[in-house]
Design a protein around this ligand. Structure first.
Ligand SMILES: Cc1cc2nc3c(=O)[nH]c(=O)nc-3n(C[C@H](O)[C@H](O)[C@H](O)COP(=O)(O)OP(=O)(O)OC[C@H]3O[C@@H](n4cnc5c(N)ncnc54)[C@H](O)[C@@H]3O)c2cc1C
Length: 563
């Protein structure tokens, strides 16, 4: 299949199979063609042959059976917030947007069973109506619950690990079209693999999640010299409140500290505390948003103004003066307090390193980016083997924490095999963002990410699965050891034909030397068709070797045999 920018027409044989199967079963097949898929950041896109929106469990199972018969790869998409090619496919794409209901709720325990397509904002609303909420969230709430757990999404608190730590069981439709339930006690290996599956095991259709009684957050935000904020790193910085985030400004050597504590509902009910929003920030208003956007666009042509933009925009947003006088505060429902404005299209790379190595990470990054020389204040030997000459990076670098030991462990059978956070200690998650003003790539991106990733590796880090990263097979094996072996084993058992495997999986998590699966999609080309859809990735399902029969022709003896 040659790369093109128009959707692929369905071939007659596949159409015949679909008509025959759907005619016989009477189960609807809600599919449409001519759909363009793009990631939230518009970094990558693809042209799935079909975009399918099932409404019931039996429709999902029929889709899997049809994909097997028609020899198509299946990709489930949430809200496409993962900025890589992870959700790109030229085959069949499934969205569970119409499977977004709460199925049951237990007010005594907070256990909510829901369809896996529910978005976090819908879940928050549903839980709030019952007096409950999610214990922690990341920065946004548009993702689906299944998408969030499938890449290991996390917030920022040493009292929590991945968001998936609150999942007690789930249902997943596997490569044979059958749906199974798993938990820490029921098929625990499948549970640990499915808790961070990268969409490669099957289709998660239901999730049981333990919610907590609703709480508000009283938060404070202060900008200060980074040295003053980071001085408390080993003592109180990360433990001073239930939730703590730091946004680091590498050129002005300042940092924003956000800390939040839970306010009991009783305090709100009694009037001891009242909900209040913070003042509107600079770039949260329309004018600031557009001025920042245009300054970033200008810096594509004049990159050396980026440090000035950092001083100007973040001065307006958080204050030009350091210290207590810059503090703003608010009391908001937790789901609102966690949310932040992620602004424009962007590239991101985020790594998990041991928390104790954080000060070293920031000191070395600062020395590299500011091209410090011996004798300069803040100089350390960064060791990064690339020049930062001409590299100007966007701010802030997001610095967050989590601790996956609090609620998950191998012994409890609920630590995901592919959890990228630190196994035996608290984790620092460092996130570098480069905006794409007006969907145009910024200069210096490659070298910035190369320098950043080199340092993260040197500090014993592992990348966040959702974000942009490159990995060599030996490195992956070294990072995950037996956990990776176990995940691949469980994946192979769940989906022996590779119905859920695409090029991203082959490059990032599977053994590149292992034989290709019969239904695996391989990349056949990439074209850049315009900024709105980024790079369009094309793929196809090929025979493993010449003369091998397609899945559907192997089973030609009966469409009905599969049903
Ligand atoms: C603006 C922004 C803010 C973000 N903030 C944070 C943050 O604070 N913390 C953090 O850790 N991450 C963060 N992320 C990353 C984000 O949480 C992840 O990319 C998450 O996976 C996106 O969820 P989604 O529903 O969009 O899933 P998608 O991106 O659509 O899919 C992600 C993966 O889940 C799989 N999947 C989706 N649904 C199913 C299903 N039903 N069954 C099986 N597999 C499925 C897909 O196949 C794919 O492999 C952010 C991303 C953006 C763009």
């Amino acid at each position: 299949m040659a790369p093109s920018s128009s959707p692929t027409a369905m071939d007659a044989q596949a159409q015949r199979i679909i008509d025959e199967v759907v005619g016989k079963s009477g189960i609807p097949f809600h599919a449409r063609s001519a759909y363009t898929h793009a990631t939230w950041a518009k970094t990558f896109s693809s042209l799935p042959e079909l975009y399918i929106e099932p409404e019931t469990q039996e429709e999902v199972e029929q889709i899997v059976k049809l994909a097997r018969l028609c020899r198509r790869r299946l990709t489930t998409v949430g809200h496409a917030h993962s900025p890589s090619t992870l959700t790109c496919t030229s085959n069949w794409m499934l969205s569970l947007d119409k499977m977004n209901k709460i199925l049951s709720f237990d007010g005594a325990t907070g256990d909510a069973t829901m369809q896996a397509g529910i978005r976090l904002y819908q879940l928050s609303d549903e839980l709030a109506a019952r007096g409950f909420t999610m214990p922690i969230m990341g920065s946004v709430n548009e993702q689906s619950i299944a998408g969030v757990i499938s890449t290991g999404t996390r917030g920022s608190s040493l009292k929590h690990g991945l968001l998936s730590e609150s999942i007690s069981s789930l249902k997943i439709t596997l490569g044979n079209g059958q749906t199974v339930q798993c938990s820490a006690t029921e098929d625990p290996d499948l549970f640990r693999a499915a808790l961070l599956s990268l969409g490669a095991l099957g289709i998660i259709t239901e999730v049981t999640f333990r919610a907590v009684p609703a709480f508000a957050l009283r938060w404070h935000q202060t900008i200060d010299a980074d040295a003053r904020i980071l001085a408390a790193w080993d003592t109180t910085l990360w433990t001073q409140a239930d939730f703590v985030r730091v946004w680091w400004l590498p050129y002005t050597r300042r940092a924003v500290l956000w800390r939040a504590d839970a306010v009991p509902q009783a305090d709100l009910d009694s009037g001891r505390e009242t909900l209040r929003d913070p003042p509107v920030g600079y770039y949260d208003g329309a004018l600031g948003y557009h001025i920042y956007h245009n300054l970033l666009a200008l810096s594509r042509w004049v990159p050396r103004i980026v440090p000035w933009i950092e001083w100007f925009v973040f001065g307006l947003q958080y204050g030009f003066r350091n210290g207590a006088s810059s503090t703003t505060s608010a009391v908001q429902p937790s789901s609102k307090a966690f949310w932040m404005n992620c602004l424009y299209s962007q590239y991101v790379t985020e790594w998990a390193i041991p928390l104790a190595r954080g000060p070293e990470a920031l000191a070395r990054l600062g020395a590299w980016l500011n091209r410090l020389q011996p004798g300069d204040p803040g100089y350390v030997n960064h060791g990064i083997p690339f020049s930062a000459e001409g590299v100007y990076v966007h701010s802030p670098v997001e610095v967050r924490v989590c601790d996956s030991r609090v609620r998950t462990s191998a012994a409890r059978n609920n630590r995901p095999w592919l959890d990228s956070t630190v196994k035996d200690g608290p984790t620092l998650n460092i996130n570098a963002t480069m905006y794409r003003p007006y969907l145009r790539d910024p200069p210096g991106l490659e070298r910035w990410f190369a320098g950043f990733e080199w340092l993260m590796r040197d500090l014993g880090g592992r990348p966040h699965w959702a974000k942009n990263f490159k990995v060599a097979p030996e490195e992956l094996a070294d990072w995950y050891g037996d956990d990776l072996v176990q995940w691949r084993r469980v994946r192979d058992a769940a989906d022996p034909d590779g119905l859920f495997v695409g090029p991203w999986h082959r490059q990032h998590v599977l053994d590149p030397e292992a034989p290709r699966y019969p239904a695996e999609e391989v990349e056949s080309g990439r074209v850049s068709v315009g900024p709105r859809t980024g790079v369009t990735v094309h793929g196809e399902v090929q025979s493993v070797k010449a003369g091998e029969e397609a899945v559907h022709s192997r089973q030609d003896s009966g469409v009905s045999a599969v049903l």
